[in-house]
Design a protein around this ligand. Structure first.
Ligand code: FMN
Length: 366
């Protein structure tokens, strides 16, 4: 049998390539595509860029392809160029992406998002400020009137705003379910709306949604309850959190553990543990796998499966994260941009079996 021939390494064990079953859904391996904004939509609609971009990760046999942050309302977009899922027309436009990925035997999920006070900004290659109202931008909303850095100040959300945002998450989850998505990931990280509610740096409300940890968790937990009520029982629900603001006095890993315990009790099946994004004063200790210890701590102390993300680039490193029990899956972003077929290469390097697309089988032979 030639090196690299499928089956050559049969019998060798890789934890990274062990399937993961949650509820009625099986992910074929534990190397997942982390959400990546593409800033390539007009009016929130998916197009051929999204099909090719996300489709390539399915040809590359990732265990789960997660969409970029897909906005549940127009005002929840990070930029005017974000993908959205707030109408049936949006669902129709993104349907070919879901179908293609799933036809490859690869699980697909949407990252449902609302950017709150960090909405209405330029795509990174166009600028780093708020897009002014009247120039394609809009009035943002947030838990309080505190702005993020030099961005335009948000309007503090009223009870009606909260109900509207909650209902938008529900409607987007229903559309995702109807499209056949295997999972949805609630975006509670990176300083976007839910993280803004969680962190005392961005949430200075004096009603039942601000102040104590219990109050700051209230809105995100309500969203979990509302989404879980419509999301099919046999499909897993994921949430991405920022484990810490990396700012003294801010959101931290201890509060994250409490929140994740509550989230798991309400039907979140796996927490994807990232960090930062809520305060420009953040001082991040960055390095290979720098957020893995947070995933390990949440898994251990909150008793919920986790995904680890952040500067995981090498197959042996990814294998170690899963094999050591620090996390149940790894999510990679930039490594997939460099090599959409990272998983096929990882299987070869780790001596694991992976089912190549028949069209690409010749690539398995040296
Ligand atoms: C181009 C790009 C777009 C991103 N967009 C999102 C996003 O939509 N949602 C999200 O949660 N994280 C987003 N991220 C963060 C990644 O998902 C990931 O957490 C981060 O890049 C660290 O992983 P890495 O070191 O493997 O790149 C983005 C990262 C990149 C590079």
């Amino acid at each position: 049998m030639a090196p690299g021939e499928p089956g050559e390494n049969q019998g060798m064990t890789s934890r990274l390539f062990e399937p993961l079953t949650m509820r009625g859904t099986t992910f074929r391996n534990r190397a997942w595509v982390s959400p990546m904004c593409q800033y390539s939509s007009v009016d929130g609609l998916a197009n051929d860029w999204h099909l090719v971009h996300l489709g390539s990760f399915a040809s590359g046999r990732a265990g789960l392809v997660l969409s970029e942050a897909i906005a549940v309302t127009p005002e929840g977009r990070i930029s005017p160029d974000d993908l959205g899922l707030w109408s049936d027309a949006h669902a129709e436009a993104v349907a070919p992406v879901v179908d293609f990925v799933r036809k490859q035997g690869v699980a697909f999920g949407f990252q449902l998002a609302h950017a709150g006070r960090k909405a209405s900004t330029y795509a990174p290659w166009r600028g780093h400020d708020s897009v002014p109202v009247g120039a394609g931008g809009w009035q943002t909303v947030g838990p309080s009137e505190e702005p993020f850095g030099r961005y335009a100040a948000p309007r503090a959300m009223t009870a009606a705003d909260l109900a509207h945002a909650r209902a938008a998450f529900v409607a987007a989850a229903q559309r995702a379910a109807a499209l056949g998505a295997d999972t949805v990931e609630l975006h509670f990280a990176h300083g976007y709306l839910m993280h803004q509610f969680l962190s005392p740096l961005s949430n200075v409300r004096d009603d039942e949604y601000g102040g104590s940890l219990e109050n700051r968790m209230r809105f995100p937990l309500e969203v979990i309850d509302a989404v879980r009520a419509v999301w099919p029982d046999d499909r897993p629900l994921l949430a991405r959190i920022s484990a810490t603001d990396w700012v003294p006095g801010g959101w931290d890993v201890e509060q994250s553990v409490v929140f994740c315990r509550e989230a798991a009790a309400r039907g979140v099946d796996l927490v994807d543990v990232s960090s930062a994004g809520n305060d420009p004063r953040q001082d991040i200790a960055i390095g290979p796998g720098y957020q893995v210890p947070f995933a390990a701590q949440v898994r251990r102390e909150a008793g919920v499966p986790t995904g680890a993300v952040g500067l995981i680039t090498e197959p042996a490193q990814a294998e170690q994260v899963v094999a050591s029990g620090d996390a149940d899956a790894v999510l990679l972003a930039r490594a997939f941009l460099r090599d959409p077929h990272w998983v096929l290469r990882a299987a070869h390097e780790l001596g694991a079996d992976v089912e190549w697309p028949p069209q690409y089988l010749r690539g398995a032979f040296s």
